[in-house]
Design a protein around this ligand. Sequence first.
Ligand SMILES: Nc1ncnc2c1ncn2[C@@H]1O[C@H](COP(=O)(O)OP(=O)(O)OP(=O)(O)O)[C@@H](O)[C@H]1O
Ligand SMILES: [Mg+2]
Length: 337
Amino acid sequence: MIIIKNLDITYPGKRKVKAVDNVSLEIKKGEIFGIIGLSGAGKSSLLRAINGLVRPTSGEVWVDGVEITRLSSKELLSLRQKIGMIFQHFNLLDSRTVFGNVAFPLEIGGYPRERIKKRVMEVLELVGLLDKADSYPRELSGGQKQRVGIARAIAANPKILLCDEPTSALDPQTTGQILKLLAEINRKLGITIVIITHEMRVITEICDRVAVMDNGRVVEEGVVTDVFLNPWHPITKEFVNTVISKELPEEVLLQARTKRPDREVLLLRFAGNTANEPVVSRIIKETGVELSILYGNIGHLKDVPYGILAVEIFGDENKRDKVRQILHELSVKLEVV
Ligand SMILES: Nc1ncnc2c1ncn2[C@@H]1O[C@H](COP(=O)(O)OP(=O)(O)OP(=O)(O)O)[C@@H](O)[C@H]1O
Ligand SMILES: [Mg+2]
């Protein structure tokens, strides 16, 4: 759907800034692709290159089989009809009602009046704002404003929705609602979504794949579960730690450091189906070790359950080897603390 090849974006000026540095990415049709990075990492520049709002210094951007860096301004305008965009600060027109805001791209697209009316009502219903059609943006909450932004972005039936930090100005609860709405739009309408953020939560709750940006470069990329459970770049580790700390509580560490020959403390990390398997009961039943749980943290990555568990096992060397074998069979990742 979107292919980015060796993209460079350098802003001219006295001190040249290389905002995007040799980035290559492929975003598949129908997926929700997240790009996470700290402020200034180059996320917005990269996102804007996808709809031609920013012209790259070098490299290629392919959207639906078309190389867009070669398009004329007029061709770009018609391409943007296929690509909706939403923003952190909503960017609504204050002088227009909710209806007027959502109708705007359709008016520009030259749709007949009756069709505009029908379509605006359709998308307002989809985002849950039918009753606000005649309100003005100043009369809405942040979450409602973003819903208007989303309705406007999908009004012209785009194939792609670009989201520039869509929840960064919202409280946690409203963030959850907007993320749910985006996931629903992706599922119901099959729109490919690219979302940039500095919040790990946005990635874990709705994204299928993620790229981590630092200093203009993509430093890590992959399926969210893989990246989340095995981050290797320091920046990624930091982001992951904001959602689920892999640092064990002090008292657990203390206990682990007190060495005894007949026991050890293990840190188990599991994801997907294994998270549902009765790992602990199987270990106890099949090996005869005694086990106590010191610390646990279970969550969800989109639809995939994952968790970490620190357990203390008591038993001889032989039994403990058996434990390792079972964990290996269940593809549970294991660290001795
Ligand atoms: N129009 C511009 N002219 C000059 N420099 C720019 C321009 N836009 C961005 N930059 C610079 O490019 C770098 C990347 O900026 P960009 O906005 O892409 O980062 P970002 O990851 O979106 O950051 P944030 O999370 O703060 O929005 C920054 O150093 C920024 O100062
Ligand atoms: Mg930005």
